[in-house]
Design a binder for this molecule. Structure first.
Ligand code: SF4
Length: 740
């Protein structure tokens, strides 16, 4: 049952609110999905249904995750609704090499349909690609996947969520048979005994979540933070370990070694609820503490202290984020932390377990409903005949019509414009020119396309390269569901009307599908799309069939899986979702308490061993670069860089470096520093702090131009998750005299 306290307020989904009446909804940005209320039309004479009506954020304390607290990003989100920088009409490039010009919707949609179908006719369906985003609602992600596979017939679809936490998802599936970011509500974090937070900085990325860690410590629990930098989060920790970037796999193995050596294995749990321990144990025993100290730089006594904190607490958790995940060995790194949890009996029990703090607003739901290269709705596998059969029946086609798995996000971007790769691309809710690794190369590949169409709210750096730009509605202007980092399906409600020149993504897909011969099957009403998604997900790992808009509104969120009917009673048939039975499924706030989602119900240890990052330092590039986010900006910054208050707080990139390194290269605070990797050079002002390892530099990745951090990053991919290695690459730094 949802931990809700009071039902949300507002009009029926899809209806703009009356002037001055607050509408309960959620933030457009990160996966915490803070609850907020929007009070529309509060300026003199404004009507809620008017385009550009002012919107005020008001506290929504009844939503238990954030209890009214918001970070600056959420608080200022409405600034973009009526901003002069947002797109309010389609743009087309009528002449090669010419600029983008205003156009009617008819012309723009005709051009997109012709651009996609022309390339498909000339070069085959896989010459057309689709690139989605982890910020799209469940309804958009679902319909985008259906559009790609049915209307375009292409296998070439993936999304930027691949860059978010695909390694954690892969490790989750491998060990537990199911991937949900947190297998428990966030509130459990405050009530456990010890949390090890690996490569996560919630004090900057999701500040309202920090209260759970504060409460944990107030109750006597321990917080261990593992991060190469002394972040704002690390300052709250009882113990901060700062390993060399790319070595946290070894760190986890060293801790598991000590668990075995100190007799701390929960033998009863291992015997009753897991498989594969002997091989995982042997792998850990090859990583003795002194070796791990040499690899990671973390002293053995600190390693022992972390083990003691974790094991002496009656219950404990490991939470990872992008640090361990965005590596070419991200799946194994997360797997090593999961092994630590399993060996100590810290999984599948109350207040214990492994979880991932998902990043993007709908990073969880976005990967469950079909915009990922290898998945069908309901977290079904595209290569599973039964899954294909089920979804094909819901879509009213034969299973053979569905293409097979396609390329992962970076591989898709890398293949654009090449022989055998997509030559036309439809892109929605993503800005890979800033956010993809090896970004100059990605920019080049995008520019080489025969045709590019972009749906966005602003003219992002990627949209600037498009042949057609379609302006779409923002979060407060449309209704839809998202799934938070807790696996809780939430309802964002429409509070104001979109400007007249703007359409919703669902309307865009409907219009394009109609032009390409699909008059039916692409509804514009989000609730209708959600009801179809429920049927498509029924019986799948991420089963939403028992979740309705009404239930979400009444319960303030429902945790999946939530099947509609008892097993075997009509969940696997197309057609209307059966009427709710007398006792609806309550949803599943906590997973794995009785059994794991594997065929035998046992969690699987996977033996993993440390290996170097894809790129290690050498004489030419003797340092390591790691990248991340800052408090006032979000992802590629396409939205937050256009909000004055946020831009004032974080106006540009910087290079964080240790005083000893700064002294060695002769750079003072604020002076320009060049960071050079094997892929390029970026220049930004120095920010000197002792809170970073002397062998490491850090750059935030929100900005384009000379300070674009992703010019430098390494696209080496994890073999399982296909996650690029954003977090580690070899660089040199030097004074940037003359670079500005
Ligand atoms: Fe929005 Fe995330 Fe900030 Fe909450 S923490 S207000 S969800 S950006």
């Amino acid at each position: 049952m949802s931990a809700t306290t009071a039902p949300p307020t507002g009009p029926a989904p899809g209806t703009p609110s009356a002037v001055g009446v607050p509408v309960d909804t959620h933030c457009p940005y990160c996966a915490l999905q803070c609850g907020m209320s929007l009070r529309p039309g509060t300026s003199a004479g404004a009507q809620a249904a008017d385009a550009g009506a002012s919107v005020e954020v008001v506290e929504r304390t009844a939503f238990d995750v954030n209890r009214g607290a918001l970070c600056g990003k959420g608080r200022t989100a409405p600034a973009l609704l009526s901003s002069g920088v947002r797109l309010t009409g389609p743009l087309v490039r009528r002449h090669p090499g010419g600029g983008l010009e205003p156009a009617s919707w008819e012309e723009a949609l005709d051009r997109v349909a012709a651009g996609l179908s022309g390339v498909r006719t000339a070069h085959g369906p896989d010459a057309v690609g689709v690139f989605g985003g982890g910020g799209l609602t469940n309804e958009k992600a679902y319909l985008l996947g259906k559009f790609a596979r049915l209307v375009l017939g292409t296998s070439q679809i993936d999304y930027n969520g691949r860059f978010c936490m695909s390694s954690a998802a892969a490790a989750h599936n491998r060990a537990f048979g199911l991937d949900r970011g947190l297998p428990f509500p966030l509130a459990d974090v405050a009530r456990t005994g010890c949390v090890i937070l690996v490569g996560s900085n919630p004090a900057e990325t999701m500040p309202p979540a920090l209260r759970y860690f504060t409460e944990l410590r107030e109750r006597g629990g321990k917080l261990v933070v593992i991060d190469p930098r002394r972040t704002r989060t690390a300052e709250h920790a009882d113990l901060h370990l700062a390993p060399r970037p790319g070595t946290d796999l070894a760190l986890a193995l060293g801790m598991l070694h000590l668990v075995v050596a100190e007799g701390r294995v929960d033998e009863e749990f291992v015997a009753a609820r897991t498989t594969g321990w002997p091989a995982a144990r042997a792998a850990a025993m090859a990583h003795w503490p002194e070796l791990v100290e040499r690899i990671t730089g973390v002293p053995v006594p600190a390693l022992r202290e972390a083990v003691a904190m974790f094991c002496d607490a009656g219950s404990s958790m490991v939470l990872t984020a992008r640090g361990p995940e965005q590596q070419s060995k991200g799946t194994d790194t997360v797997g090593a932390w999961i092994n630590l949890c399993l060996a100590t009996g810290r999984a599948g029990r109350p207040l214990s377990g492994y979880g991932c703090l998902t990043g993007q607003g709908n990073g969880q739901g976005g990967r469950e409903h079909g915009q990922k290269a290898d998945q069908l709705p309901g977290y079904r596998r595209l290569d599973d005949p039964a899954a294909r059969e089920h979804v094909a029946r819901v879509w009213g086609v034969e299973p053979e019509v569905l293409p097979g798995p396609g390329r992962s996000a970076y591989e898709l971007l890398d293949a654009l414009g090449t022989d055998g790769g997509p030559r036309a691309l439809l892109l929605s809710g993503s800005n890979p020119v800033v956010s993809a690794p090896h970004a100059a190369h990605v920019e080049e590949r995008i520019a080489s396309l025969d045709f590019l169409a972009v749906c966005d709210v602003v003219l992002s750096e990627t949209a600037e390269l498009a042949d057609v730009v379609l302006p779409v509605a923002q979060w407060a202007e449309e209704t839809g569901t998202v799934t938070s980092l807790e696996g809780r399906v939430l309802l964002r409600r429409r509070a104001v009307a979109a400007p007249p020149g703007v359409r919703t993504d669902l309307e865009v897909l409907n219009a394009l599908a109609a032009r390409l011969g699909w008059e039916k099957g692409f509804p514009t009403d989000p609730e209708e799309v959600f009801d179809e998604l429920r049927r498509a997900s029924a019986g799948g790992p991420a089963d939403y069939s028992g979740i309705t808009y009404r239930r979400i509104a009444e319960e303030d969120g429902v945790f999946w899986p939530c099947p509609e009917a008892p097993a075997g009673e009509g969940t696997d048939v197309p057609g209307p979702v059966p009427a709710p039975g007398p006792v609806p499924h309550p949803g599943t706030p906590r997973l794995f308490l009785d059994r794991f989602a594997t065929p035998d119900g046992r969690a699987r240890f996977v033996p993993v061993t440390h290996r170097p990052s894809a790129e290690e330092p050498d004489a030419g590039h003797p340092l390591l670069l790691t990248t991340g986010r800052v408090l006032a900006q979000y992802q590629s910054g396409a939205q937050t860089r256009r909000v004055a208050e946020l831009n004032d707080a974080a106006p540009g990139p910087f290079v964080q470096l240790h005083p000893r390194l700064a002294e060695r290269i002769g750079v003072a605070e604020g002076e320009p520093v060049a960071v050079v990797s094997r892929r390029g050079r970026a220049v930004a002002p120095a920010r000197i702090t002792p809170g970073i390892r002397p062998d490491t530099v850090f750059m935030p990745f929100h900005w384009p131009g000379a300070g674009r951090a992703n010019t430098l990053t390494n696209p080496a991919l994890d073999p399982t998750s296909r996650m690029p290695e954003f977090k580690v690459c070899a660089v040199r730094v030097e004074r940037a005299d003359g670079d500005g």
